[in-house]
Ligand binder design. Structure first.
Ligand code: BGC
Length: 251
């Protein structure tokens, strides 16, 4: 079945049709810059443009950089605060006339990687981190998603800012950190994560994962650390998969 997956990000809103039996994108990706401020109304307008572009009707899957409980958006780190408490899933369904499934963006990326990508067949504890504007995090235990982990916002020992303000890809760019400097920050972060959760597998996603040769070598943890197979497309693919079987995904 071909389902439209949409990844709502801090800088771009991206969509494509996905074959949910194979996890492959069956169209090119359409990317529209995220409206600023990224209020619910403005973002829903962009979602409607994407649907129109693909002339789509059918179930719709979406990932958003927020905690989402029963379709209600509970946080807004890199989008407008107007999302907090907003019934996003219901509002998108009403505005589009489509059955919508709205989940956290890292959760949907993890769904794609666990089903068709780097975590395929892995049945122990796997964690996925998307490194971008923020740090997205997700965990699968015995094939089940533990939804809405917010490990980009933990405070590491002796630091006044959260992990996202220390080790996201945005910080690497803003502070013009070398790969080694940033790799050292990521290493400190993943060692802390390992001390808390002891995953057997860590999958690194987000746009920067395509440059994994430059920084994975600085990460020294017990867990196996691998790049995401879907790289930055995991959000779109996973959103489509979640729309097909919302029951399987903790959503
Ligand atoms: C948000 C998360 C999101 C991550 C990646 C964080 O700032 O709090 O919900 O998954 O960014 O977009």
């Amino acid at each position: 079945m071909s389902i439209l997956g949409i990844d709502i990000g801090g800088s771009g809103i991206k969509g494509a049709l996905v074959n949910t039996e194979t996890g492959e994108m069956v169209t090119d990706r359409l990317r529209i810059p995220t409206p600023q401020p990224a209020t619910p109304q403005a973002v829903i307008k962009t979602i409607k443009e994407i649907i129109k572009y693909f002339d789509y009707s059918g179930p719709l899957g979406l990932g958003i950089p927020s905690v989402v409980l029963d379709g209600i958006v509970m946080s807004a780190a890199n989008i407008d605060d107007g999302w907090i408490g907003f019934p996003g899933q219901k509002a998108i369904a009403e505005a589009t006339g489509l059955k919508a499934t709205l989940l956290n963006d890292a959760d949907v990326a993890a769904i794609a990687e666990m089903r068709f990508g780097a975590g395929r067949g892995h049945l122990e504890t796997a964690m996925i981190f998307t490194l971008g504007t923020g740090i997205g995090s997700a965990m699968f235990v015995n094939g089940r998603l533990v939804p809405n982990l917010e490990l980009g916002h933990i405070f590491m020992r002796n630091r006044k800012k959260d992990a996202e303000a220390y080790a996201s890809d945005r910080i690497r760019k803003e502070k013009a950190l070398s790969w080694q400097e940033w790799g050292g920050r990521l290493n400190a972060y993943f060692q802390y994560i390992e001390a808390l959760f002891s995953p057997q597998l860590i999958i690194i996603g987000g746009g920067v994962s395509k440059k994994h040769e430059k920084f994975l070598k600085y990460i020294d943890v017990r867990a196996k650390v691998v790049p995401a197979q879907f790289l930055n497309q995991a959000g779109i693919v996973g959103a489509a998969l979640a729309a097909e079987r919302p029951d399987l995904n903790g959503g």
